[in-house]
Design a protein around this ligand. Structure first.
Ligand SMILES: *Cc1c(COP(=O)(O)O)cnc(C)c1O
Length: 380
């Protein structure tokens, strides 16, 4: 920890799960070794990127793929690729879209989400259809005019809010000759899910490496070869050496990010996930036993990537303090956060969730100690 000490930065025990603000995920020893190797030798990025893309496409059995610096950047690159295709002059104009015929991104209003903002960095304009709870097929069809670059579909929202699901969106969009870009950032488990969006006919599908133990600033896009090629053509490479000055230059990656994303995905696909869940389960049981003395209901649970508390498969310890005699979940959480190291859990309604997926096993004892202390020392 001497680097953090030198920087006067307090280390964090991340009991919240995968969040960019805590630096995403932790790399496995295999991925770290790949990072070291990438760092110890030069390679041409213009050879490395297509090679990594080929490996990812083959691993998943999809047409083409490309490594990107995360999903947020990939949304801008995907929409850019849909606007320009292979047209180099248009590529160079982005994010100025005045002369580009297809410069609108269509989204269902019920799909409003924060990352839509990132897609618009490309210069595209947002055209929302429907209302907060529904979009009709007629409304979507009417919005898909000749000025539309793509439909952006955050697929984790399917089935949650009355919007039109991906398969039907693809059908309508393709009738109008419009590609569909899918944000599937965290839908990398179960692993079969990853390639399943290709079968719906989606044209570009984006995944974040932070959700499969890859680098925080890594990810990949797979899909239709011509669009993946267009995306590759507007990425950060060839800015000095190529024909066009491209806005994708701002989304730069290290060799190690490209390598780490690829190796982490390969490891994730081959991983024994049942054993991974079982290990969280065992750690949760141990913690629950150690916390039995607390005036609280302490149970194993599952904290979802869309921030809900369920039961299975276990990846968390869920602490419901006894309202009569114990401090509230929120005050316990602040107490843990204020300590050194800062322990950052998550409060959902009146429970405190300790997400074990991001707590290192070696930190479990400390978390238990600090919880016992917090219950004793926080004023009601
Ligand atoms: C994390 C996330 C993103 C952004 O991904 P990065 O790889 O961090 O840029 C986009 N969409 C969703 C749904 C996410 O969870």
């Amino acid at each position: 920890m001497s680097t953090y000490v030198d920087l006067a930065v307090s280390p964090v025990v991340n009991a919240s799960g995968i969040y960019t603000d805590f630096g995403g995920s932790v790399l496995s020893p295999t991925v770290r070794q790949a990072v070291d190797e990438a760092n110890s030798s030069w390679a041409s990025m213009t050879e490395l990127l297509p090679a990594a893309g080929r490996v990812i496409a083959d691993l998943l059995g999809v047409e083409a793929a490309h490594v990107v610096p995360g999903v947020a950047a990939s949304l801008a690159l995907c929409v850019g690729a849909c606007m320009t295709g292979a047209n180099g002059e248009w590529m160079e104009q982005l994010p100025d879209t005045a002369a580009i015929p297809r410069a609108n991104v269509v989204m269902q209003r019920a799909h409003r989400y924060k990352y839509a903002r990132c897609a618009l960095v490309s210069g595209a304009r947002l055209r929302e259809v429907g209302d907060d709870s529904t979009t009709t097929k007629a409304e979507l069809r009417a919005a898909l005019g000749p000025d539309v670059a793509c439909v952006l579909h955050p697929v984790h929202l399917d089935g949650t809010n009355g919007g039109i699901p991906l398969a039907e969106v693809v059908e309508l969009a393709h009738e109008a000759g419009v590609p569909v870009v899918v944000d599937a950032a965290y839908l990398s488990y179960p692993t079969e899910l990853i390639a399943s969006f290709a079968t719906t006919g989606a044209d570009l599908v984006c995944f974040s490496a932070k959700y499969f133990f890859g680098p925080n600033a890594g990810g990949f896009v797979y899909g239709r070869a011509d669009l993946v090629d267009a995306l590759a053509a507007i990425d950060f490479t060839r800015f000095e050496s190529g024909d066009h000055l491209l806005f994708g230059r701002v989304f730069k990656m290290d060799r190690s990010t490209v390598v780490a994303t690829t190796v982490a995905l390969r490891e994730w696909l081959a991983m024994d996930h049942e054993a991974r869940w079982a290990a969280y389960g065992r750690r949760a049981e141990r913690m629950i036993a150690d916390l039995a003395v607390l005036p609280a209901k302490v149970q194993a649970g599952h904290f979802t990537l869309d921030e809900r508390v369920l039961t299975e498969p276990v990846n968390a310890v869920v602490i419901r303090p006894d309202g009569e005699i114990a401090p509230s979940a929120a005050s316990l959480d602040s107490r843990l956060a204020e300590g050194n190291p800062s322990i950052r859990g998550i409060v959902v309604d009146d429970v405190l969730v300790i997400v074990l997926e991001t707590v290192l096993e070696s930190e479990d004892v400390l978390v238990v100690e600090r919880l016992l202390e917090a219950f004793g020392t926080v004023a009601r």
